[in-house]
Each structure stands twice: as C-alpha cells, then as structure tokens.
Design a protein. Structure first.
Length: 290
C-alpha cells in the first residue's frame, strides 16, 4: 500500500462533542478544516465548544499551534441538528457513545443530510462496521475511523473497512489522516479490530494480576513501560480510556470472542462504585481533579 498524499478536507462534521468528539473536532480545525460540531441541544453544544477551546488553549501554551487559539476556534461551527449539515461536507465523523442502535440512527440521519460524495465514518473502538452500515443507503462510502485518546497527542488512526467499503472512501480517508499529521493502519472489520482487541486483552490481564495480588498497580505498569517500552502501562491506560468504556468493550468482545475477554470482578466493582478513571478522579490510580 503506497503512502497517501496528505490532504486537509475543507468541511468536516463531528457528531458528538464529548472528550473524543471534541478532540477530533480540534485536530481537524487546527489542520485548517471548517468543523461543524453537532450536539443534541444548545447547552451540550456550548459544553463541547468549551472542551475544544480548552484543548486549543493547552496546545497554544505548549507552542503546538501555528496560529492563535482564537483563530482556530473561528473555524468551529456549532449545530444542534443534523439537518443543518452542509451537503458539501467532505467527511462526517460519528463520535456518540458506544451504543450500536444510537450510532446506526445517527449515521442514517447524517447520510440524509449530506451529499452523495460525503464519506461517513464511525469513531467506534469495537462495534462492527458491517453492522453499523445496515442503516445506510450507500455503505460503500462508510468505514471506521478510530481515533485514540487524547486525540491531539495520539499519532495513530485505525481505519476499519467493512466488506462494502469502497476504495474511493478508503483512499480519501488515508489522505485526510496524513493531512492531520497522523499515521494510519488499515484493518478489516472484526471484533475489536486490531487495537482494541490487543489493548483490552493486555488491560484485562493486568487487572487480573492486580486482583490476584501479583503486584501493585504501579509495578504492573512499570513492567510494561520499562521492560517492553510501552509509553503508558495498561492500568493507567485503562484509567485514561475510562473503566466504564473498557468494561463495555470487554463485554462486547467476551460475547464475540469468548472467555479470554471475560471482564474481571475488580473491573466490574470499580465501575459500579463510580471509579471510572481520570474523568472521575479515581480508577486504578488517583488523578488530580484539575
């Protein structure tokens, strides 16, 4: 597979303005795209804008922007209805919660609002691209575009192709990933793709080791960081992703791939107590609320 030509899409729509969606909106706006950020109501849209603004401020403080944060933010357009999308939108990235029925509804509504050449992508980390395409009239322009948290700092985008994904959609997406200054891997649709399948399996085993008293959380993580040169250990990574998110993915993979993905009781207990990781201040580690 030859290296793609880096291209920045003119207009991108991001549906869902949570941590992931705001991060996706930020990187496209920084690259120069006009970004339409769609949330369910004006209050949620305003909160999403604040997330993008805070991310841009942090990037500016680190010297990572070539223009002012305010200039980048001017390219962000807030919408509370998919019907308001520009038919000329190049790319729609769906970034709503990991619920298949919700994603199918959102993607179908987005397809109705945009033009025939718009590429539709889901940021799902584990759900079947083939299944999500069932509500689309033209599944050949749909694929997975799996970003990683935190989106601005992560260098990887996992592109997931379904059996009906067309070559034109794939090549356009590869070029856009390059335009963001990121690298891509292309994988076919299968449970957990490549990254979630490997990452969740490692994370679950680390949780089992902690549950069994093999070592403390810090020691387990340092084993992978120093012994295998992982930039972050599996337990801290789970805190960053969110224990609830990791549990949902593990349950899905457990159903699809069997007992090796069975969630440990410790993970279920922490989620039940609301210890979800960095976003709540407590997971396998304690996080600064700021």
């Amino acid at each position: 597979m030859t290296a793609p030509e880096a291209v920045v899409p003119k207009v991108v729509a991001v549906v869902g303005g949570g941590r992931m969606g705001a991060g996706v909106a930020q990187v496209f706006a920084v690259a120069g795209s006009v970004v339409c950020l769609v949330e369910r109501d004006p209050a949620a849209a305003a909160a999403a804008r604040d997330r993008v603004a805070m991310g841009l401020l942090r990037a500016s403080e680190k010297g990572a922007l070539s223009e002012s944060a305010d200039s980048v933010l001017e390219r962000l357009v807030l919408l509370d209805d998919l019907a308001g999308l520009n038919p000329g939108t190049d790319l729609v990235v769906e970034a709503v919660p990991e619920e298949a029925e919700l994603k199918i509804r959102v993607l179908a509504a987005a397809e109705q609002a945009v033009g025939e050449s718009t590429v539709l992508a889901s940021n799902t980390s584990s759900l079947s691209i083939t299944g999500l395409a069932e509500g689309l009239r033209r599944p050949e322009r749909f694929l997975g575009m799996h970003f990683f948290n935190p989106v601005p700092a992560s260098k990887l985008v996992e592109i997931v192709t379904g059996p009906q994904t067309g070559e034109a959609a794939l090549e356009a997406t590869r070029g856009w990933v390059a335009g963001l200054g990121k690298s891509e891997i292309v994988v076919r649709d299968s449970p957990g793709f490549a990254t979630s399948r490997l990452g969740v399996l490692l994370g679950l085993e680390a949780i089992r080791m902690l549950e069994e008293g093999v070592a403390e959380a810090e020691a387990i993580d340092r084993a992978m960081e120093l012994g295998y040169r992982h930039p972050m250990g599996p337990l801290r990574s789970t805190d960053l992703v969110g224990l609830d998110v990791r549990l949902a993915i593990a349950e899905h993979l457990h159903r699809e791939l069997g007992e090796r993905f069975a969630p440990p009781a410790l993970l279920r207990d922490k989620v039940a107590r609301g210890e979800l990781g960095r976003k709540t201040g407590q997971g396998f580690f304690t996080w600064d609320a700021s």
